[in-house]
Design a protein around this ligand. Structure first.
Ligand SMILES: *Cc1c(COP(=O)(O)O)cnc(C)c1O
Length: 391
């Protein structure tokens, strides 16, 4: 069923066996990408075959890495609504604005996509103990899919991670360890323990399959728009898997002959308290530098140095996109505005895309007639404390 053939290093191109547990490229330490037999697929699979399939990301079964259906661990992730934002567009002077609302995913964020696929594939490869260092939503999603699959889950979080994520992970039965310090400290401590105990660590881009779940945001966008892509996609960027994944998805759809060549300009939005990609993009660099003392209310964007930074920057350039930084105040205002005008209560990261869009309009980077999609990556219901504090 799956057309997966092997894994390939995103940096050096070395090829690895996909049917064994793999982490990053052993040669250069960079992420491995799942490669599919798309030539085989174009004769075997066409777009019409998708009609009538389940309304979840598993409708793209052949283009996902799980070989046997019995290993799929699903809570109904994906196939989220693509909403026309008419009132918000009107307010901003835009004629064709849309919101892809990822807040409807299990556990309330798009992290469910990546972890559904990663947990399914880990189960298939015989892994029984999973672990993750996380500042929030990824921990909850891993814990939920681990619970569904009956696997052991270990979560290492900074002691100051949002309460909701800690409580959530515990409710799903994960073993939660709170660490003094930042996510990087939690990750270091977890690496040591995981090696000793034989846990598989599913950190962002350190295993190949979370990205596969996230690329389905790109597939869905194409399918929901009748196989044409928008002019501009605005995405909140932390580790960058959403952006890198969607771009990989578009490449695959183009190889299948399912979409025309026209690709969206991709925009990374970051918080001004942690904007390593924005800085590197403006300076024309190929990699980012670690951002000192990263601080923002958008905890998903608090990533001082992304492992896939060179891939994010490549996507921004190839797509003729850009990168924008927005303040926490702008994010809070955007949360209220999106909720008030569209009935979509966004997470701070999702609201950041709206704040970023306003910058792009002011700069004249966006044409009022363009077809624009904002990604709300999670539900605001996890973040009511942010608005209470600033009422
Ligand atoms: C993790 C997270 C992000 C950042 O996503 P990447 O694709 O890894 O850059 C954005 N929003 C929310 C709600 C998140 O949990």
């Amino acid at each position: 069923m799956s057309l997966l053939i092997h894994l390939r290093c995103s940096k050096c191109g070395a090829v690895y066996d996909a049917d064994r547990v793999q982490g990053v490229c052993p040669r250069c330490g960079k992420p491995l990408l799942a490669i599919y037999d798309l030539e085989g697929a174009s004769s075997l699979l066409d777009r019409a075959a998708l009609r009538g399939r389940p309304p979840s990301l598993w409708r793209y079964r052949e283009l996902l890495p799980v070989r046997d259906d019995r290993h799929i661990v699903s809570l109904g992730e994906g196939w989220t609504p693509l909403l026309r934002a008419e009132r918000l567009g009107g307010r901003l002077g835009l004629r064709d604005l849309w919101i892809k609302d990822e807040g409807l995913n299990p556990t309330g964020t798009f992290k469910a996509r990546g972890l559904s696929v990663a947990v399914s594939r880990a189960l298939e490869l015989g892994v029984r103990r999973l672990a993750i260092p996380s500042a929030g939503n990824a921990a909850a999603a891993l814990a939920a899919y681990g619970a569904k699959a009956g696997l052991e889950v270990h979560v290492y979080m900074p002691r100051d991670a949002p309460r909701v994520n800690i409580v959530e992970a515990m409710a799903y039965g994960a073993d939660v360890t709170l660490v003094d310090g930042l996510i990087t400290d939690a990750a270091r401590l977890l690496e040591e323990t995981a090696k000793r105990r034989g846990w598989m660590v599913v950190s962002t881009l350190k295993e190949p399959y979370r990205l596969e779940g996230k690329k389905t945001m790109g597939y869905e966008l194409a399918e929901q728009m009748d196989w044409r892509l928008p002019d501009v996609i605005v995405y909140p960027t932390g580790g960058g898997t959403g952006l890198i994944g969607m771009w990989k998805g578009f490449e695959e759809l183009e190889a299948l002959g399912w979409i025309p060549e026209h690709r969206p300009r991709m925009v990374s939005v970051q918080a001004s308290g942690c904007a390593p990609i924005v800085k590197a993009f403006k300076e024309g660099r190929e990699e980012s530098e670690p951002w000192p003392e990263a601080e923002t209310i958008a905890s998903g964007l608090r990533v001082p140095k992304a492992l896939g930074d060179f891939l994010i920057l490549r996507v921004l350039r190839e797509s003729r996109g850009t990168a924008v930084a927005v303040s926490d105040d702008e994010i809070l205002n955007a949360m209220r505005l999106m909720a008030k005008l569209e009935g979509v209560f966004p997470c701070p990261e999702g609201a950041a895309t709206l704040a970023g869009l306003r910058h792009l309009i002011d700069e004249g980077w966006i044409d009022p007639d363009e077809h624009i999609v904002l990604f709300n990556t999670g539900t605001g219901l996890k973040y009511t404390h942010l608005l209470e504090a600033t009422r």
